[in-house]
Design a protein around this ligand. Structure first.
Ligand SMILES: Cc1cc2nc3c(=O)[nH]c(=O)nc-3n(C[C@H](O)[C@H](O)[C@H](O)COP(=O)(O)OP(=O)(O)OC[C@H]3O[C@@H](n4cnc5c(N)ncnc54)[C@H](O)[C@@H]3O)c2cc1C
Length: 410
């Protein structure tokens, strides 16, 4: 028992040191970080992160919420006033405008992300595509929104991507279905190209991602001749991504196109590990967190070294990776506002990174999810789970909010 207590004390102390170190860097300016948050919004964020920190609470809360929504119990109001309003911009794109305008006063851009997930029917895929096309038109007029975005499974069935990724033969009707998926990608990329709005395409589970990657590469080949319009996503918890990128670059040089990549660590860690064990194949994920971090920073450096042919959207809440990116830019001849260099965070998370970097004049954009409350629940649950499993991040959020509350009181 004594050993356990000692051990816990040690962990808490090193956590404390981590937080203390992070409080001494550029990201520690809480006045800048929370300049758009009222006192009550700050209190709500504090309450929320304290809840999310507890794994059992998140598990119970998720189950109860799913049940309540399924049974049409009146919980939408409660979800809206807590987790939804913290992590989302609203139900419609118009709802998001006040938030977008407010963030832009601090040089923080927005990426409107229609975050409806889990509906696997053709009419829904067409709906998401039309929504994305509408957004591309909508954002054309708005400097605060420099990108469009969609998720592969927003445009087609997961199982279909998986079947293609596993090189299995499609039935004639599946072939027809896939042609429609390809057409959706093509329509959206063409519109992005015509309107000159770069398009970010998210990455999902590794066992469906090859099909999406191949499709994205064909769009890069078509639309990234002069500059990057189409961005894929590299999940750097996957140990094979640097090799993949190097091979892609070889093909890009031969065919004459540029590569755009959003870099992220990856949001499906547990699922990936569990599946690899269940089906007995080699775990596609790096051995541990520090290998993922190393992989992330190496790929960032590789892309930066080849920036003549590439563009980077750094989707991370990690302070070290963000600092490294800032250093790379400042040590080079590139401007902080170079359109090929972006920092990205999710709305409701890591404002200390977004607002402090934006204040320094770098390009920053926050993903701003929106959609009907019920339909964005999978996204919200992922955020809650991510904040639970990445305990360090939640501790950091809490510590920063505490510091800001104290600063305001004084
Ligand atoms: C703008 C933006 C866009 C995003 N788009 C996508 C997307 O398209 N697809 C997607 O999957 N995710 C996406 N994400 C989510 C992203 O993957 C998570 O936010 C991210 O994993 C959290 O990591 P971090 O870089 O913020 O840093 P950290 O908090 O330092 O890292 C946490 C991450 O490290 C990895 N990790 C943790 N423990 C281990 C371990 N033991 N072994 C190996 N790796 C470990 C995991 O990926 C974990 O999520 C996006 C995030 C942002 C900010």
């Amino acid at each position: 028992m004594q050993i356990t207590v000692k051990y816990l004390k040690k962990i808490n102390y090193s956590n404390y040191l981590c937080i203390k170190n992070s409080m001494n860097n550029i990201f520690s300016n809480t006045e800048v970080a929370f300049s758009l948050k009222s006192d009550s919004e700050l209190e709500r964020a504090y309450f929320l992160f304290r809840l999310i920190k507890s794994e059992p609470l998140v598990k119970i809360g998720t189950a109860v919420t799913k049940f309540a929504l399924k049974s049409s119990l009146p919980v939408e109001g409660l979800i809206r006033s807590t987790v939804f309003d913290h992590f989302c911009g609203g139900v419609t794109e118009e709802d998001c405008m006040p938030t977008i305008d407010k963030m832009y006063t601090k040089n923080v851009h927005s990426v409107l992300d229609y975050s409806v997930e889990g509906k696997e029917i053709e009419s829904q895929f067409d709906h998401v595509m039309n929504k994305t096309l509408k957004l591309i038109n909508f954002v054309k007029e708005i400097d605060a929104i420099p990108f469009a975005v969609f998720k592969p499974t927003g445009f087609g069935r997961f199982a279909l991507y998986q079947k293609i990724s596993e090189s299995k033969k499609l039935t004639p009707s599946e072939k027809e279905e896939w042609d429609k998926v390809v057409l959706r990608y093509e329509k959206v990329a063409k519109a992005s190209h015509e309107k000159d709005i770069p398009l970010l395409i998210d990455a999902e589970e590794s066992w469906m991602q090859n099909a999406a990657d191949e499709l994205i590469e064909s769009l890069m080949e078509k639309y990234n001749k002069e500059k990057v319009i189409v961005f894929g996503t590299l999940q750097l918890y996957r140990h094979d991504r640097l090799d993949y990128l190097k091979q892609l670059y070889q093909r890009a040089k031969i065919k004459g196109f540029k590569i755009g990549m959003k870099l992220v660590r990856g949001a499906y860690l547990e699922k990936e590990r569990e599946r690899a064990i269940e089906f007995g194949y080699k775990d596609p994920i790096c051995k541990n967190k520090s290998d993922t971090d190393k992989n992330y920073n190496e790929v960032m450096q590789y892309m930066f070294d080849n920036l003549e042919d590439m563009a980077i959207f750094n989707g991370t809440h990690n302070e070290e990776s963000s600092s490294l990116f800032m250093k790379l830019i400042d040590r080079s001849n590139y401007l902080r506002t170079d359109s090929r260099l972006w920092f990205g965070q999710l709305y409701g998370m890591s404002d200390n990174i977004s607002y402090n970097i934006a204040k320094e004049g770098f390009n920053v954009a926050k993903y701003l999810p929106f959609g009907p409350v019920k339909d964005v629940m999978p996204y919200l649950i992922r955020r809650a789970e991510e904040n639970t499993s990445v305990a360090g991040q939640t501790n950091r959020e809490l510590e920063l909010i505490r510091a800001e509350k104290k600063r305001r009181k004084n």
